[in-house]
Each structure stands twice: as C-alpha cells, then as structure tokens.
Design a binder for this molecule. Structure first.
Ligand code: ZN
Length: 259
C-alpha cells in the first residue's frame, strides 16, 4: 500500500552504511517511522528530503511490518536553523515533544501546522524564542487532551485579577482573593501572563503567533508552562535540558511560586 502525504522529519537515525530510519510527523497519518534506503549517498535525491527538520513531500510504501520511503522531495529546509546552534537546539526539542505527543495512524494536520509555523517564526527572528516555545507547548498540550481551564477564577468566577494564580497540577486559575482557601501549589501569573496563556490556548490558529509579551513576563510564562507540562507529562526531554544549557540570553528569576 502506498501513502502520499507531506511531513516534517523529526528524528533521523543511521542504521547501516547507506540506510537510515527516520521519524516523520505526517499530515495524514501522524507519526510514522520509515526506512530510507541509500539515503546517505550524496548523489541520492532522498538525502536532503529525509534530513532532520526538513519538510517534504513523501510517498511511503507500507509493508506488513514497516514503512519504506518510496519517493520524496524537500519543500522547506529551514536553513536559518542550521546556522544557529541555539535555534537548532530549540527546534530539536520541538521535535522530541511532537514525537511524544502526536498521534500515530491518525490525522495530525494541526500538530504539523503548529510546528511548521513555530519553525518559521524561529527562522524569522520576529518573536522571542521563549514566546514561540511556550505557544507550541501550551497549544500542543491542548491538542493532546491536556487543556487547562483558563476561563476564570475557579473560586469566584472573576475573569481578571491583578494577582491571578495558576495551579499547575489542577490546570485552573484562582484569583488573589480566593487563593487562601486552596492548598495546592500555585504560581502567580498576574494579568499579562494569564492573558498570554489564554491566547495560546483559545485563540484562532491564524492569530496564534500575533501577540507579544514583555521581557520581564516571558520567564514567568516559560516557567508556568513547563511546570504545567511536567505535572501532566511524566517524562523529561533531553533536548530541552540541552537547550537550557547552551542558550545565552538571560531568562531572569523563576517568578513567585508558593503554596
Ligand atoms: Zn476568585
């Protein structure tokens, strides 16, 4: 059986002298692992199209046990990522996260669109990498069934509050007036970060990247997003640890966690 679809290569593993195994986030079939024969020959037209972080058109041949790449051609190679070690490290974390959270044998149109846009904005330098990272994380968690409830305070249903708090384990907001009666761990998100989180979760896709956040608030957004993720996804991401080690910009303090 043949499957024609497009997808982003999110993992590349060498298996024999001329062969490799790639993991592709495809539009129509989610995450697919496929063998590429003869891909490492520089003369092979498959070489570029099956490289990590390349968005390509694929024809997969599906046998009983495995997928094999029958045809492929590159559509976008995201060249600026390959010239910048920090961007590359962040993009590799995106890949690791997508492999963990995307469906298999099911449509992944939205996941693919999300990561392609994230990589595009990362190449463009028009959004802070931490903003792109938090958008991708929150939106991907939402697509994966881990949607927090950010509509209003869980206690009194107020929409806005100067001292709004997020409870990562519960995925809810609790305002400064109500927080005293909640025993769980909470992180103060205030006004701006609450709004940013709501945008990441609820906005229409075509407006998803159309907002900005102050340099001071970005570390809070990053922290609260990572805490929410680790409360619900019980695994560590090696590529995230590596990215944190090598990135050079200052992310400031970790916000006022308490509770
Ligand atoms: Zn309240």
């Amino acid at each position: 059986m043949k499957i024609s679809t497009d997808g982003l290569v999110i993992r590349e593993q060498n298996i024999k002298e001329q062969d490799k195994l790639i993991t592709v986030l495809t539009r129509s079939n989610g995450v697919i692992r496929a063998f590429v024969h003869g891909a490492k020959s520089i003369k092979s037209p498959k070489s570029t199209a099956t490289g990590l972080l390349t968005y390509s058109r694929f024809v997969f041949y599906k046998s009983r046990e495995s997928y094999i790449i029958d045809e492929c051609s590159a559509k976008e190679v995201f060249m600026p990522l390959r010239r910048d070690i920090e961007k590359l490290a962040l993009a590799q974390y995106f890949c690791e996260l997508l492999e963990a959270l995307s469906p298999e044998d099911d449509n992944a149109e939205e996941q693919l669109r999300l990561v392609l846009n994230s990589l595009y904005f990362l190449c463009q330098d028009t959004r802070h990498p931490v903003l792109i990272k938090s958008i991708l994380e929150l939106r991907l968690l939402t697509l994966s069934g881990y949607m927090p409830n950010l509509v209003c305070c869980d206690g009194c249903a107020c929409f806005e509050h100067e001292h709004m708090n997020f409870l990562p384990e519960n995925g809810i907001l609790v305002c400064g007036d109500c927080i005293g009666s909640y025993k769980q761990r909470h992180i103060e998100t205030g006004f701006g970060v609450t709004l940013a989180m709501r945008h990441c979760i609820y906005s229409e896709f075509n407006k998803l990247f159309a907002f900005d956040l102050s340099k001071e608030a970005l570390p809070v957004l990053e922290y609260v997003t990572e805490e929410y993720m680790s409360a619900h996804i019980q695994r560590k991401f090696k590529a995230l640890e590596f990215y944190k080690q090598i990135r050079t910009f200052d992310t400031g303090k970790k916000s006022g966690e308490s509770g």
